[in-house]
Design a protein around this ligand. Sequence first.
Ligand code: PMP
Length: 405
Amino acid sequence: MYLNIENIRKDFPILTQEVYGKPLVYLDNAATTQKPLCVIRKIEEVYTTINANIHRGVHYLSQRATESHEEARRTVQDYIHAASPGEIIFTRGATEAINLVAGSFCRSQCKPGDEIILTTMEHHANIVPWQIQRDITGIEIKVVPITETGEIRPEDVEELISSRTRLISVAHVSNVLGTVNPVESIIRLGHSYNIPVLIDAAQSVQHLPIDVQALDCDFLAFSSHKMYGPAGIGVLYGKEAWLDRLPPYQGGGEMIAHVSFEKTAFNELPFKFEAGTPDYAGSTALGEAIRYLGSLGLENIRRYEEQLLHYATDKLLQMDNIQILGASPQKGPVISFLVKNIHPYDMGMLLDRLGIAVRTGHHCAQPLMDAFGIEGTLRASFAFYNTEAEIDALVAGIGKVSGMF
Ligand code: PMP
């Protein structure tokens, strides 16, 4: 054991609750993670000590709030090893980050008939923004198939590349299957054809060390709330050369250098893409979440979560009525499964009554469900504050509910 889980759990008061008289077993971390006290307190600290609108005021509070927001940007920059703070755009989350790229990129770089490559295992957040652009700009969407084990093969990506391909957008880690995709190979492949690559890191940035310069991705999107920070804020990383080329996504205050009714000059990076008053309390608290992750050590987190994943996989496979979807040897701590003859929704509802929170449904990945010919699954997803005892509770719960059917 590399982490002291008992001590770590004390940082997350929500985990000590009982629901329906049972100790809470929270296994829905891929949907959102719980927040440590330091993050919760940081939000309170911003609003009780430095609250003011940022980037605008000459006064003390405004300067303090601006510093806090910009320090958070540098914290994010360090966390993903970006070359400059101007490459870190604060958004509402991964969804808005992908919408930003889809909107600005397609509007400026694509003609009717140009192609974007996605994969079968994308979250709706990495499908629908491109479909909206398809309706506006006439682009076409090509979809990389997955293998039986729930993996993407770079050769299948290459198969879809044509002279009309303008961008490849792919999840780093699947929110359903847990598959860690070979993004390094896909980025290299894309670049060998001069095609930029967007990585949806919503399910990886909290589990794996990410170095955007080593990866050489052109864009990377993620959400704070899945990495122990507050909801309502997230990040788009973009290479400076790309962000300079792309037009603004939204217009308003903050993103301008000068406005007249005849013509507006846009602000420099990153502000060109940050119209309006940003969530400076959220960014500050995200910075705190990143410091918290740093105090535990991402490598320690990765090793412990991998141990939980293997423990849970073994235990579930020992049950004779469980089928796990996705068998990639490289997986994040996410398990989607079916229980024979029991609808995932019924199982999820009854597990909830036992205090066990798992996800049921299509997990915002309906095309992936279609590929498997199913409507939905149960999904257990783990964080570093989970324990093997909680996995035992899940397995016992599934056994108990199965016995009722
Ligand atoms: N991509 C993936 C892979 C996700 O799992 C999610 C969230 N479930 C998103 C994108 C969207 O994130 P958000 O709703 O925080 O914008």
